[in-house]
Design a protein around this ligand. Structure first.
Ligand SMILES: [Zn+2]
Length: 285
């Protein structure tokens, strides 16, 4: 029910380990998006199926096995299969909100036992689950299969042809991510992934066009801002020039006034007489 983020982190760049997770997404811990498919040499060796909502049960899990996980696993041909056997996807679990029956778990276990012509070693590690009765019944059903018993029959209302639409789409999304890594998926899906792949291409092209348009709009806005700033700078320069002109005119006026005053008092400076105000001050004292 929860994505195995730790296990994925351990092996996501390692092509010797195929990591497969079925979990709810978005859901704690909010990793395991279907596009997380491994890194570097490990690209294609991480397979994430994220159920968008609860309510998934035997039909959805077995469809994911049939259409996606088993074709990839058969191509990979593992020596060991190690299963993080958490039973919080079981019906009755208070946290998972899903609907797997003990028989559903048993059928998945039986399918994994067929890998490598039945020679792959399977290890189930009990991990979790929050309803003790559901855990006990599911774990028992799995262990019985490990001991060689046939899996319990699926519940009478099991209908493999009816899947929750969101789950059906989730399986397809993961298959679309992995079809380029695993030719076996091409055999299962034929050309039925093509419209979806084309729609992804189209969406990516539209995204790119939108990003281009956004960038162009942003550049135009920047250009307009720059032009506006340029205009303000020109206005400022104009104002400064006008102020400077006014200052020079004032200076010239003062100079002219001073010259005119000097011209109105001839002889005052030439005969060595004291400045008139000094004389007045002497008279008053
Ligand atoms: Zn869990």
């Amino acid at each position: 029910m929860h994505h195995g983020n730790g296990t994925q982190a351990l092996f996501e760049d390692d092509p010797r380990v195929l990591y497969v997770s079925l979990h709810r997404f978005p859901f704690y811990p909010n990793t395991g998006h279907h596009q997380e498919c491994g890194r570097g040499a490990g690209k294609g060796y991480t397979v994430n199926v994220g159920w968008p909502e609860g309510g998934v049960g035997d039909a959805e899990y077995l469809a994911a096995f049939r259409q996606l996980i088993l074709p990839i696993a058969r191509s990979f041909d593992p020596q060991f299969v190690i299963i993080s056997a958490g039973f919080d996807a079981a019906a009755g679990d208070p946290l998972g909100g899903c609907d797997l029956s003990p028989a559903g778990y048993a059928h998945m276990t039986a399918e994994l036992l067929t890998l490598r012509g039945g020679k792959a070693r399977c290890l189930l590690v009990l991990e979790g689950g929050y309803n003790l009765t559901s855990i006990a019944r599911s774990a028992e059903a799995c262990v019985r299969v490990l001991l060689g018993e046939p899996p319990l029959p699926l519940p009478p209302d099991h209908d493999p042809s009816y899947l929750l639409e969101s789950a059906d789409n989730a399986i397809m999304r993961t298959a679309a991510v992995h079809v380029r890594f695993w030719p076996a998926l091409r055999q299962v899906w034929g050309s039925s992934l093509d419209p979806y792949l084309a729609s992804i291409d189209l969406a990516q092209r539209e995204d790119a066009a939108r990003a281009d348009a956004d960038a162009a709009r942003e550049a135009a806005a920047l250009r307009r801002q720059e032009e506006h700033r340029e205009l303000l700078r020109a206005q400022l320069a104009h104002q400064q020039a006008q102020l400077e002109l006014a200052r020079q005119q004032r200076a010239l006026r003062h100079q002219a006034q001073a010259q005119a005053q000097q011209a109105e008092t001839p002889g005052d400076g030439g005969d060595g007489a004291r400045p008139p105000h000094r004389t007045m001050a002497d008279d008053e004292s």
